[in-house]
Design a protein around this ligand. Structure first.
Ligand code: CTP
Ligand code: MG
Length: 231
């Protein structure tokens, strides 16, 4: 069973503080978005890439794809995003070939997801209908209110959640429609599944390398990760 992926690139990258959308910034000579795009293109199970972009960046991205992608192993559809990440996912869902397909949702700002992780996630979603990547929290986490520590949260059960996240198209569309109706904004797709469906979301162990490029320091870490992968 193949899957389709919604690859998100329609943000503004405000926290990166650059003059353009962070997914277009160059990381060791290549645009950030091209890394994950190539990883999905290299996965034989990926049958459709839905690239969600800002409307006025579509030409730029189409040109980038032409330049960076030598062989398009599966179709790439460009879709316009919304003002919030969740709306961008929702717009992406409208381009699915088939709601019975598995759909992965991935942040274009996470260049370092690898094929092994895609495989593990794909296997798990076929078993359990909902699966996400993440890693156990390494830091001590405390709850703080108005500058005062309230408690130390036991860390054993805490995970940092990443993307891709994998579901069946119909399940994901249904919970997005519920959230839309109630004006609810979640921070990831799994949170909508948790809130509006009876499905259990399975955790798949990812890698600490699968970072999201958010602030300028992350670009330095990203460069180090690319260099290590190449050596
Ligand atoms: N994203 C999107 N549509 C939005 C907002 C975000 O497609 N309306 C995408 C971003 O392009 C990114 C991913 O969702 O790949 C994760 O979001 P985030 O890291 O918050 O990116 P930005 O929203 O671009 O950054 P910032 O919040 O700093 O402005
Ligand atoms: Mg954002």
């Amino acid at each position: 069973l193949d899957y389709e992926v919604i690859l998100l690139a329609a943000g503004q990258g405000k926290r990166m503080g650059a003059s353009r959308n962070k997914i277009l910034l160059h990381l060791i000579g290549k645009p950030v978005i091209s890394y994950s795009l190539k990883t999905f293109l290299n996965d034989p199970a990926c049958q459709h890439i839905i690239l969600v972009t800002q409307a006025d960046e579509q030409d730029l991205l189409a040109a980038m794809i032409k330049k960076e992608i030598k062989k398009k192993r599966c179709p790439i559809t460009l879709v316009s995003g919304g003002s919030e990440r969740q709306y961008s996912v929702f717009n992406g869902l409208s381009a699915l070939f088939d709601l019975e397909n598995i759909v992965m949702v991935h942040d274009g700002a996470r260049p370092f997801v690898n094929l092994a992780q895609l495989k593990a996630l794909h296997r798990k979603v076929q078993e359990t209908r909902a699966a996400i990547l993440g890693v156990p929290v390494k830091d001590t986490i405390k709850r703080v209110v108005e500058g005062i520590v309230q408690e130390t949260v036991p860390r054993e059960t805490l995970w940092q959640i990443q993307t891709p996240q994998a579901f069946y198209g119909a399940d994901l569309l249904a919970v997005h429609e519920c959230a839309q109706r109630q004006g609810y904004l979640g921070t990831d797709d799994a949170s909508l599944i948790e809130k509006y469906s009876n499905l259990s979301v399975s955790m798949v162990l990812g890698s600490y390398e699968n970072i999201k490029l958010t602030t300028p320091e992350d670009m330095l870490i990203g460069e180090a990760i690319v260099k290590r992968k190449r050596s």
